[in-house]
Design a protein around this ligand. Structure first.
Ligand code: 5GP
Ligand code: MG
Length: 179
């Protein structure tokens, strides 16, 4: 069992790089098929989604744009339930077909907030592409169009996701070992 230590916690390897890249490519292919001629605007939710967005975009072959917003809601291992907008959207979404690119949908509170904001701002259509989803943690009735991988309700790090700011650089996903 491959384990690593980040700050005060131990984590074990749970999704290898090869499986991640295959699942990400699969999402890109679905979007290429579904969104031809729609000139999508991808909105990457920083910080966590930077690695997913980067690998995803390498396989998007239709004309598109990408932009970034920054939100945060986690402190350590637990969601605070309060979503802070740190950096807002600089582009207009009016009449645009947008794709929100997220690292993980957990309770769905963050995504619900993003979707309502984009609707208010006049987006023509909104799709959600998330790298990970924890189906058992969902508390909000949101529609998720593309999910690369579904995972159990455990805290994970790597591939953009952090533990107290660390671990975002890992190219695999690691799950916390509870003690
Ligand atoms: P939600 O609002 O859906 O509960 O949480 C969404 C955000 O919480 C995600 O965008 C992500 O930043 C963070 N998050 C949720 N679960 C995890 C996890 O297991 N590990 C890490 N590092 N972040 C998580
Ligand atoms: Mg996120």
């Amino acid at each position: 069992m491959e384990t690593i230590t980040i700050r005060d916690r131990q984590f074990t390897l749970s999704i290898p790089e090869h499986d991640i890249l295959k699942a990400v490519k699969n999402v890109a292919e679905q979007i290429n098929n579904d969104m031809q001629n729609l000139n999508p605007l991808f909105i990457c939710v920083l910080n966590g989604a930077f690695m997913f967005a980067s690998d995803l975009m390498k396989h998007i072959s239709i004309p598109c744009e990408i932009t970034f917003i920054k939100l945060s809601s986690y402190a350590g291992l637990y969601t605070t339930g309060v979503v802070k907008e740190v950096m807002g959207l600089s582009e207009s979404v009016i009449e645009r077909n947008v794709v929100v690119v997220e690292d993980i949908v957990d309770t769905g509170i963050t995504m619900e907030r993003i979707l309502s904001s984009l609707t208010t701002q006049g987006a023509k259509s909104i799709k959600v592409a998330t790298f990970l989803q924890k189906p058992d943690a969902l508390q909000r009735p949101i529609n998720i169009d593309y999910v690369a991988m579904k995972i159990p309700n455990d805290f994970i790090v790597g591939y953009g996701l952090d533990y107290d700011g660390y671990g975002r650089n890992l190219k695999e996903i690691y799950t916390v070992i509870n003690d």
